[in-house]
Design a protein around this ligand. Structure first.
Ligand code: ADP
Ligand code: AMP
Length: 212
């Protein structure tokens, strides 16, 4: 199965993606996590990406498309994959088609801008496995370390309110048009992301199971 999760930054894509990928035995591909790992390793791709990410802008399509193409060719993607944070522009969606990838379902997690800034200021992440928590809405067991691997949780640099506003504007201008692109294929489903985490999880699973 090949899935895409769409939605604004902070919609809850990463929060939902881990359980979904595990349940269906498919790879979870987060382009944001891949870029942050390139930055940590100090690669030239990471250095190029960082300037865009710090400003809340998108990394150029050419860089991202090449990275995703290599990733989905790996062995753990044979069974399928869940793309989280890709495609983020219509040319990226077109590139996916040109690679011959047939997407089964696009789930758009819908959250209004007003709710996003509050979510981002309380987000805490695990730099090791990419798990995402929230100090109030979805805390880790001890509030400090990752439940999965014990790594100390950190705040993302691009979660500061001023960068979040830029990321939201980037989303509306460049990513939201993808919804029309996929609506035309009949593959798009919307899920209300402004419910508690467990209710969003139920809605996401029900949506995926309805097209299986
Ligand atoms: P995305 O991957 O879409 O950028 P995340 O999954 O990292 O978003 O979620 C952003 C923040 O919102 C995190 O702090 C997460 O714990 C929190 N969050 C996720 N889903 C919900 C929800 N349904 N209600 C409240 N907070 C949520
Ligand atoms: P995310 O972790 O999905 O919130 O992504 C963090 C940042 O990485 C974004 O604000 C972009 O700068 C960059 N990024 C992630 N995925 C993409 C993509 N598909 N296209 C362009 N930039 C991306």
């Amino acid at each position: 199965m090949k899935l895409v999760f769409l939605g604004p930054p902070g919609a809850g894509k990463g929060t939902q993606a881990m359980g979904v990928a595990e349940h269906y035995g498919i790879a979870h591909i987060s382009t944001g996590d891949m870029l942050r790992s390139e930055i940590r390793e100090g690669t030239s791709l990471g250095r190029e990406a960082q300037a865009y990410m710090d400003k809340g802008e998108l990394v150029p399509d050419s860089v991202i498309v090449g990275m995703v193409k290599n990733r989905i060719a790996q062995e753990d993607c044979k069974n399928g994959f869940l793309l989280d944070g890709f495609p983020r522009t219509v040319p990226q969606a077109e590139a996916l088609d040109q690679m011959g990838v047939r997407i089964d379902l696009v789930v758009s997690i819908e959250v209004r801008d007003e709710a996003i800034v509050k979510r981002m200021s309380g987000r805490r992440v695990c730099d090791c496995c990419g798990a995402s928590y929230h100090v109030e809405f979805n805390p880790s067991k001890d509030g400090k370390t990752c439940d999965k691997d014990g790594t100390v949780l950190t705040q993302r640099k691009d979660d500061q309110p001023e960068v979040v506003l830029d990321r939201l504007s980037t989303y509306h201008q460049q990513t939201e048009p993808i919804k029309s692109y996929y609506k035309g294929t009949g593959k798009l489903r919307l899920v209300d992301g402004e419910q508690p985490v467990s209710e969003v999880t139920d809605a996401v699973f029900a949506t995926i199971d309805s097209v299986q």
